[in-house]
Design a protein around this ligand. Structure first.
Ligand SMILES: *Cc1c(COP(=O)(O)O)cnc(C)c1O
Length: 236
């Protein structure tokens, strides 16, 4: 195995071990937390090596780089996650690749997903998360916490877009401890809304990145989105 691939393998193993340790420390099973390896920083060749050493859930955020990469890697076993803001005019080309769309930040976008998925693949509803701007940063995408209930009610009527939970990013420039407060707030919001809407599935919590995924796991993350840590020491 070449040096680069060896390094990817050891980076991945370290992140997986830290995920398992964080899960166990909060009384959860390591299998309850899925690592979404964020490959937006690297090209298709490096992404291929990362898959070959064991990453299968991959996250991307820019459709223009994601599309050619997904085509180049179509022979591999990959579950693609769209983690960044997606414009409605990119949905038709993006949805066919996705296992989970993390970043639905308006009812308008949810309705467009529902309509387009009905055309593309009426037998398979598109799983998605509602992105919540939990920190209240003006520059961030996401629903205001007060608007999430209305979005859940709207989701209940959509047949081709299936709500699975909530997603957030911690505030800009937060320390891991401050991030933990944001993650706790998202979990509490989820718990309240799950009690209010028992027929809706809100099991997934997508939160935590390279700098704060352990805090997110302590607060109940089921999906952590880790990029930079996986590519430490990798020359492009
Ligand atoms: C880039 C990105 C990540 C990964 O961040 P790292 O700090 O590199 O781990 C996670 N989530 C979203 C939405 C991103 O855009």
């Amino acid at each position: 195995m070449c040096d680069r691939k060896q390094r990817l393998k050891s980076n991945l193993e370290q992140v997986q071990q830290r995920i398992a340790a964080a899960a166990e420390a909060s009384g959860r099973a390591p299998g309850d937390v899925t690592l979404v390896a964020v490959t937006k920083y690297v090209d298709a060749d490096i992404t291929r090596e990362l898959v070959e050493v064991g990453a299968h859930a991959l996250g991307e955020n820019r459709p223009q780089t994601f599309w050619p990469k997904a085509e180049a890697l179509a022979d591999l076993d990959i579950q693609w996650h769209q983690i960044g803001h997606l414009q409605r005019n990119k949905l038709r080309r993006t949805l066919p690749y996705l296992s989970l769309l993390h970043s639905v930040d308006s009812v308008r976008l949810m309705d467009a997903v529902d309509r387009i998925q009905e055309e593309l693949d009426p037998d398979h509803p598109m799983p998605f998360l509602l992105e919540v701007n939990i920190s209240g940063d003006e520059a961030k995408h996401g629903l205001k916490p007060d608007d999430v209930a209305a979005a859940i009610e709207a989701a209940a009527a959509r047949k081709h877009a299936r709500l699975r939970g909530l997603m957030c990013m911690a505030g800009y420039g937060t320390t891991p401890d401050e991030a933990r407060r944001d993650f706790a707030a998202l979990r509490e919001l989820r718990d309240q809304l799950q009690a209010r809407y028992p027929a809706q599935e809100l099991a997934e919590l997508s939160m935590g990145m390279s700098g704060d995924f352990e805090q997110a796991i302590a607060e109940g993350a089921t999906l952590v989105r880790v990029g930079s840590l996986l590519f430490e020491g990798i020359q492009q």
